[in-house]
Write a protein that binds this ligand. Structure first.
Ligand SMILES: [Fe+2]
Ligand SMILES: [Fe+2]
Length: 306
C-alpha cells in the first residue's frame, strides 16, 4: 500500500497505531528529492504536536507482567539506551541553538529541544507505569537506568557529543564545530543509530500485533519527530557542502569515519538473543543502519570513500 504521507504528517497518536515506521521514515526520503525549508520544518513541528500525557500504558503493563525473562531483559537493554540517550541529546542541544548561523536554524533547533525533552519524559512515564520504579525524581531514575553500555555508546554520548556542545558553547561563531556537531548529533546519533533502533523495535511490535499499545503509538510519534530532526541535519550539511565542498566535505567525512566504529558498538547487544529472539539478526540491523547512512550522505553530496 502506498503511504499517504500527508495523512501520516497529521496523524493523531491513536492513528499512529495504524502507521508503519517505514512510511514515517519515507518522509526523510521525500525530503531528499524536494528539500523542505527550515521554516517548512518548523510548520511541520507545529502540526505534529503530541502529548505524553495522552498515552495509555494499561495494555503495555499487562504485557510486561506476562513477559518472559528474556523479553524483559531485551526491552530494558534497548530502552535504557534510548532513555539515557534522549536525556543526553536534550542536555547538549542548547549550545547548537546559540551557535545557529541563521535565525531560521535557531528557530528550528528550539523546536527540537522541546522534542528531545518530550522524548525523555515519554521514557520516564513508561518506566514508572510499565516497569515500575521507586525513583522519586528524574535524576534518580536516570542514575538507576544508566546503561552498562559498551565503549562505543559511552564514547559517543559522554565524550564526542558533549565535547562538540562544549566547543560551540566556548565559541558560537565556530562554524566548523557546528558542522562537526550536526554530523555527530543529527547524522550519527539520530539518523543512523536512533532511527535504526526504533525501526526494528516498532516492526517487531507490529509483527506481534501490538500496535494498540501506548508504547507503539508514542514511539512512532518519537520517530516522526526524529524524521524532522534528520531532515534538518541533512539540509544543514547539504548547504555547507554546496557552499564550500573543499572545506566542509573532508570535515564531515573525517567525523563520520571516526564515529562509525561507535555506531557498531552501540547497536551490539550484550546477548545476541536480544535480537535473534525477535526474528532479526545483528547483521540485518547494521546493514539497515549503513544503508540509511549512505542514503543521507548521497543527499548531502558526499561519500565515505572519497
Ligand atoms: Fe529524540
Ligand atoms: Fe531527535
Amino acid at each position: 500500500m502506498a503511504a499517504n504521507l500527508d495523512h501520516i504528517g497529521r496523524a493523531s497518536l491513536k492513528e499512529l497505531g495504524d502507521i508503519r515506521i517505514d512510511d514515517v521514515l519515507s518522509f526523510i526520503d521525500r525530503g531528499i528529492e524536494n528539500m523542505p525549508s527550515y521554516m517548512d520544518l518548523y510548520r511541520r513541528w507545529e502540526s505534529q504536536q503530541w502529548a505524553v500525557a495522552d498515552l495509555d500504558f494499561t495494555l503495555d503493563r499487562e504485557d510486561w507482567l506476562k513477559a518472559t525473562e528474556l523479553e524483559r531483559k531485551s526491552t530494558l537493554w534497548s530502552h535504557r539506551l534510548f532513555f539515557n540517550g534522549e536525556e543526553r541529546v536534550t542536555s547538549t542541544l542548547a549550545p547548537f541553538v546559540w551557535a545557529a548561523p541563521t535565525p531560521e536554524i535557531e528557530i528550528f533547533l528550539s523546536t527540537q529541544m522541546v522534542d528531545e525533552a518530550r522524548h525523555t519524559v515519554f521514557f520516564q512515564r513508561w518506566w514508572h507505569e510499565v516497569v515500575g520504579t521507586e525513583a522519586k525524581d528524574l535524576g534518580t531514575l536516570l542514575a538507576e537506568i544508566r546503561p552498562q553500555a559498551n565503549e562505543g555508546y559511552n564514547t559517543l554520548f559522554y565524550d564526542r557529543l558533549p565535547s562538540a556542545a562544549q566547543r560551540l558553547a566556548s565559541n558560537p561563531k565556530d562554524i566548523d564545530a557546528f558542522i562537526e556537531g550536526v554530523t555527530i548529533y543529527h547524522i550519527i546519533v539520530e539518523a543512523t543509530i536512533a532511527l535504526t533502533g526504533q525501526r526494528f523495535e516498532l516492526e517487531s511490535m507490529r509483527e506481534l500485533g501490538s500496535t494498540d499499545r501506548g508504547f507503539y503509538q508514542g514511539f512512532t510519534a518519537v520517530a516522526r519527530d526524529e524524521s524532522r530532526h534528520v531532515s534538518f541535519g541533512i539540509k544543514v550539511l547539504q548547504e555547507a557542502v554546496r557552499e564550500d565542498a573543499g572545506r566542509f566535505a573532508p570535515l564531515i567525512q573525517k567525523t563520520l569515519v571516526d564515529c562509525l566504529p561507535l555506531v557498531t558498538g552501540t547497536l551490539d547487544p550484550p546477548d545476541p538473543r536480544y535480537i535473534t529472539e525477535f526474528g532479526h539478526t545483528e547483521s540485518e540491523i547494521l546493514q539497515f543502519a549503513f544503508e540509511s547512512l549512505n542514503k543521507r550522505l548521497r543527499a548531502i553530496g558526499i561519500n565515505l570513500a572519497a
